[in-house]
Design a protein around this ligand. Sequence first.
Ligand code: HEC
Length: 138
Amino acid sequence: MRTITSNQRSRSRILYFWLLILLSIFLLAFQGPVWKVPASSAAMKNPVKYAGENTIIAKGLYTKHCKSCHGKSGEGDGTKAEELKTFPGDFTTDEFQDQSDGAIFYKIRAGRDEMPAFDKKISEEDSWLLVHYLRTFQ
Ligand code: HEC
């Protein structure tokens, strides 16, 4: 009697394990992996003013470094987007715009997979300008 019970118990544990794996695959497939941003980065405030010449510089930076993948109006439909495995995201959505400036800044600097890291390519100030520019897509 004892052995049957413990066998049954371990069988249901294995079943439970596989159910969890399946559920995780399901969630990843439909939502994409969540891009975690450290809380200290997310809380950062944009120190750069967005006015006058800065708006022109921001547009230039976006055109040079980002447009090929993210598209002219930020919808993720740039000329290079078709070659990507990952959808670059749609900057016009509430889901994107609801993020803090700090979170967007962090993602630009850190990059992930097909999204290049820009921490060595552009200055912090220019990255903050880009955060402002991405806000114009809402
Ligand atoms: C080679 C193509 C490519 C270029 C160039 C590129 N990106 Fe991306 N970007 C991506 C991809 C792909 C993702 C999605 C990455 C992921 O989810 O793992 C992404 C994601 C992002 C995100 C996060 C989107 C979200 O939903 O939170 C931001 C912000 C971003 N990019 C900004 C920029 C900026 C600003 C530039 C230019 C300085 C740039 N990217 C240049 C491909 C690119």
